[in-house]
Design a protein. Structure first.
Length: 412
């Protein structure tokens, strides 16, 4: 509805596809409130797996089970793979291994591994026994990596060709297996007889060159990533090199998978969420609709730490009780100093955390950055101390009191 004013309430002829995520949420909420199960199913059939996962995570836990029961069976596995761990776990608590096997029937190894991380070991074993041999090997390979390693996030299902065949043979092979390439594929991975990665073959080169040409004559260099590399470092490589995907190799140079831009974007988003939660003193595992006691427990620790630091500050101020009694202006300025110092600290923290996330802080530039932030705080402190002195209602500000406003800013 780009050219019309959006209605404040949902209309009777509401078409979910024409509305934003917020309106879809409102519409689904109305269906859940009315317990219109058939309408919920019909609505969910029109949504993508990403939208359904987002909608499920936008409801309290008691409503999720109701919505989950109406999700079409043929996409339940895909939706499960997109859900966060804490959202997925309650949905699978009372689901049999047989049903989970049906959910994972047409999924790739990455999605299956994601789902099986949520279930018990006995259910996992039962589901693994029903998988095709190739998929089972791929899932087991992914599970050998730690949560922070690239190998955990790579796609082990590869489209690779040998370097000693002709372009005509490659094209014939692709025609016989027309489901191998998707609309975004631009290169093929080239390996030798020992699975050593040699580089990439562009699909443009595949088409425009003489079809009797050997693949080895048209190989382009590839930016590779080690399977044991930290996933955050891999994300930094994707940003700096502006690449869409990267082959993943092991310590022997053998091709073991590929890392896709879509996976990296998910990692970056998770990292942003984690950083925001850490700044606020919230547990990384806490979700928006977590149970009340769970949220209270995860937040109480940081609140306790904050209380201790506040009591420490109060104890320090208490040492100057006699001074405060004589110079009342200092007591008036205390909340001003705390507020200004807090804002200055937040500004510095935001800039520094962004620099760390972009991989821009390290080595000798740390000292330069510290010096810069000290000067920024000092300059702003002097400017605002002068402004406070000039304000009519704060005429009590004197040169003796000015340092009390200037010094806290660069010290944050």
């Amino acid at each position: 509805m780009p050219d019309q004013e959006r209605p404040s309430t949902l209309q009777g002829d509401y078409n979910p596809a024409e509305y934003s995520g917020e309106y879809k949420l409102l519409y689904l909420q109305s269906l859940v409130a009315d317990k219109a199960y058939e309408a919920i199913t019909e609505f969910l059939e029109k949504q993508s797996k990403y939208e359904i996962a987002s909608l499920l995570e936008s409801f309290p836990s008691q409503n999720r089970l109701l919505i989950w029961a109406q999700v079409p069976e043929n996409i339940k596995g895909e939706v499960l793979a997109e859900l966060e761990f804490d959202t997925r776990q309650p949905l699978l608590e009372n689901v049999s291994s047989k049903d989970i096997s049906l959910f994972t029937q047409d999924l790739d190894a990455q999605d299956i591994s994601e789902i099986l991380d949520t279930v018990t070991e006995s259910v996992r074993t039962s589901v693994m026994a029903t998988l095709d041999e190739d998929i089972r090997v791929q899932v087991n390979k992914l599970d050998t990596y730690a949560d922070w390693e690239v190998g955990r996030y790579m796609d082990p299902d590869l489209i690779q060709i040998r370097d000693d065949i002709t372009l005509a043979e490659v094209q014939n092979w692709l025609r016989e297996n027309d489901d191998l390439l998707d609309d975004e594929s631009q290169e093929l991975l080239v390996v030798d007889q020992s699975q050593q990665l040699l580089g990439l073959l562009s699909l443009v080169d595949l088409i425009k060159h003489d079809q009797t040409t050997l693949v080895s004559e048209l190989i382009d260099n590839a930016i590779t990533i080690n399977d044991r590399l930290d996933i955050q470092d891999a994300a930094a490589i994707f940003r700096s090199e502006d690449i869409r995907f990267a082959p993943v190799i092991n310590s022997h140079g053998e091709l073991v998978g590929q890392l896709n831009g879509e996976d990296i974007m998910e990692i970056i988003q998770d990292d942003v969420d984690s950083t925001m939660k850490n700044l606020a003193g919230v547990s990384q595992d806490e979700e928006l609709f977590a149970p009340i006691l769970t949220s209270a427990k995860s937040r109480s620790i940081w609140l306790g730490i904050n209380l201790c630091t506040a009591l420490l500050a109060a104890a320090v101020i208490g040492q100057f009780e006699a001074v405060l009694a004589k110079v009342v202006a200092l007591a008036i300025l205390m909340p001003v100093v705390a507020s200004m110092g807090g804002i200055a600290g937040s500004q510095t923290l935001t800039v520094v955390i962004r620099g760390m996330a972009m991989g821009q802080i390290g080595g000798s530039n740390r000292l330069w950055l510290l010096n810069k932030e000290l000067w920024v705080g000092a300059i702003n402190g002097i400017i605002w101390a002068i402004i406070m002195r000039l304000l009519p209602n704060y005429g009590f500000m004197t040169l003796k009191l000015a340092p009390s406003l200037v010094l806290p800013l660069p010290s944050i």
